[in-house]
Design a binder for this molecule. Structure first.
Ligand code: ATP
Length: 508
């Protein structure tokens, strides 16, 4: 077993070595928090996006797609609240010169107290064995109760200070908790300041009067400003949804942890427009649907959990995250938010255009309410890698790293390998490859021993290796090797396609 800290490092190294993810502009020593997807990374990413698109758009007759421009009229971001409120509170340590998100420093402190509690619980569970009642223990053990109260108190102070933008109070909280910089160890902090996360640039030449525009920090606003276009041209009836996959940009204060937090990333968002008053019913529906989507991928449900937002965004009346058990612990993978009519109403005000829906059943017009599902492509990618990365000791004493990527997401579905580079085997293998490649992403390779070639396919998560040997030229059979079990079976060439397609159909 690999421990968690090591696991992230191993995933990063493996991703680079096998062409999944590279640091951006690496030959110039890289650009912080930007990554490039290599030859296998792009395939996995495309497969994740296709899975989402199919489940949201193709499988729902009342959800349609959109591909809006990244550049949007600057007023969009006034209306959405991003110009005024898309801020994170930041704080610098004067000794290390390192910059932190002030709220994250406090949240990390809370996590430390939580793990203290967890240790107490684990210890007691061991001591009491079967008879252990965790709920009762948590409610009565004085140390646990005291620490839990401490947490509640800190949360109350943090969230109310954030809500009311009392930056001095956030600093006071950091001082009161005696939080030290993890790098310098000192408590020599600057004041807390607000930092807007939107990137801006100029559009147009200076002579024609350039205007400041933003790189979109979320794809959702492209959907809202197209609400009327799509509702009218698609003759959509409420409830209906608009789905979009695209890049988003955020000037994150602290961007680390590989592709988990980047400054340029990709989102898959769906806005579902509903009758006012019915939003919480749909919110529950989408919460369940989205969790099911994750579980259907074939990753065990124990790796996911819901997290309810304690501090709601200015536009939301309910919000849950789906968290995944990343190597750094459970963290947000997807957000499901009930956004009320905030966005459409605000665009209506700022644009002066009426954005309403006439509901023939109710015989009245209203501004629809919105339930949003918003997931990061890159975080899903990291979740898949986290689940898939496996080190195995084999019976013969050797070791292998195998990426147990759910086969329907695997970058390559089958590798076709002639056993030797002569006797007509390459030609025969090429024939099989040319047929299979019409339907599946395939790989052909004749260099190196067959064992080495299998290992390389294991490392990129290819579910099947098809080996062409001398018997193939006699009876048109090949051996097909399955990635996880490593079992090999002799099958006739005309069976290969159906074996692969059966495996891809069953996701779990
Ligand atoms: P966090 O609290 O982790 O910053 P968030 O709550 O700001 O995330 P949302 O605004 O809800 O995130 O964005 C929706 C989804 O977009 C997130 O669940 C995540 O998967 C993805 N996402 C957001 N920011 C980033 C980023 N900097 N890098 C990669 N993915 C991101």
């Amino acid at each position: 077993m690999v421990n968690n800290e090591d696991k992230l490092k191993k995933i990063i190294a493996h991703s680079k070595e096998y062409g999944f993810v590279f640091q951006s502009s690496e030959i110039y020593d890289g650009l912080a928090a930007a990554y490039d997807y290599g030859q296998y990374g792009v395939e996995l990413k495309n497969n994740i996006k296709a899975y989402w698109w199919k489940s949201m758009v193709q499988n729902h007759e009342n959800i349609v797609g959109l591909d809006a421009a990244i550049f949007m009229h600057p007023t969009t971001w006034k209306a959405s609240g991003h110009v005024d409120a898309f801020n994170d509170p930041m704080i610098d340590n004067k000794d290390s010169k390192k910059r932190y998100r002030a709220d994250v420093l406090v949240e990390d402190h809370i996590s430390k107290i939580e793990s203290k509690i967890q240790k107490e619980v684990d210890k007691a569970a061991k001591r009491f064995g079967e008879a252990f009642d965790e709920k009762q223990f948590r409610e009565t053990n004085p140390r646990v109760v005291q620490n839990q109260e401490k947490i509640e108190d800190i949360k109350k102070r943090l969230y109310s200070a954030m809500e009311e933008e009392r930056l001095d109070d956030i600093k006071k909280l950091i001082e009161d908790l005696e939080i030290a910089c993890p790098v310098s160890g000192s408590r020599n902090w600057t004041d807390v300041r607000q930092f807007n996360l939107m990137f801006s640039t100029e559009m147009g030449s200076l002579s024609e009067g350039a205007s400041k525009i933003y790189l979109r920090p979320e794809t959702a606003q492209g959907i809202f400003v197209n609400y009327l276009n799509i509702q009218k041209t698609g003759r959509m009836k409420i409830p209906f949804g608009i789905a979009q996959i695209g890049k988003a940009f955020r000037n994150e204060i602290v961007a680390r942890q590989f592709i988990f937090r980047m400054r340029e990333f990709e989102q898959m968002e769906m806005q579902f427009f509903v009758r006012p008053g019915e939003e919480l019913k749909w919110f529950e529906y989408w919460k369940e649907q989205r969790m099911k989507w994750h579980e259907d991928m074939g990753i065990p449900s124990s790796e996911y959990r819901f997290h309810e937002h304690e501090k709601l965004a200015h536009y939301a009346n309910a919000a849950f995250d789906i968290e995944f058990n990343f190597p750094m612990g459970f963290k947000e993978l997807e957000g499901i938010h009930s956004r009320t009519d905030f966005d459409l109403k605000s665009h209506q005000e700022f644009s002066g255009k009426k954005i309403q829906y006439f509901d023939p059943e109710l015989n009245e017009s209203y501004v629809p309410y919105v339930v949003e599902t918003s997931i990061g492509v890159d975080r899903t990618f990291l979740a898949v890698l986290t689940f898939a990365y496996t080190e195995e000791k084999l019976e013969d004493g050797s070791e292998r790293v195998v990426m147990k990527i759910p086969p329907f997401l695997s970058p390559v579905k089958a590798a076709v390998l002639p056993l030797v580079k002569k006797d007509g085997l390459p030609e025969k293998a090429m024939e099989i490859f040319d047929t299979l490649k019409q339907d599946y992403m395939c790989f052909y390779e004749e260099k190196d021993s067959i064992g080495k070639r299998y290992r390389r396919q294991d490392a990129i998560g290819t579910p099947y290796c098809i080996t062409v040997d001398h018997q193939t030229t006699e009876d048109n059979t090949v051996t097909i090797r399955e990635r996880d079990s490593m079992t090999q079976e002799r099958v006739s060439i005309d069976k290969i396609a159906s074996i692969i397609s059966d495996r891809l159909k069953s996701k779990k």
